[in-house]
Design a binder for this molecule. Structure first.
Ligand code: ZN
Length: 83
């Protein structure tokens, strides 16, 4: 497998690309390169798994934050006072 000729090791390249990989922002070619490395390197595989889990956790946390009742009440009062 070949990454860019930067002199970095494959693990360093994967680490460097991991955020973009998790965000699905890599080109197909780079994505395949990362995937090929993950097939061979348990350490990077574990790292990507952790980042992916963390990302999902964050996303579900953001989506599940309820609008505070007090804020909803405040909006209702303001709307009524405008009429
Ligand atoms: Zn690695």
């Amino acid at each position: 497998m070949t990454f860019s000729a930067t002199g970095r090791s494959e693990c360093e390249d994967v680490l460097w690309l991991s955020d973009a990989y998790v965000d699905h922002e890599l080109s197909v070619q780079r994505r395949l390169s990362v995937l090929a490395h993950l097939g061979e390197c348990a350490r990077c595989w574990e790292l990507i798994q952790r980042k992916t889990r963390w990302k999902l956790l964050l996303r579900s946390a953001v989506n599940s934050v309820p609008i505070p009742e007090a804020l909803r009440e405040q909006v209702r009062i303001e709307q009524e006072s405008q009429c």
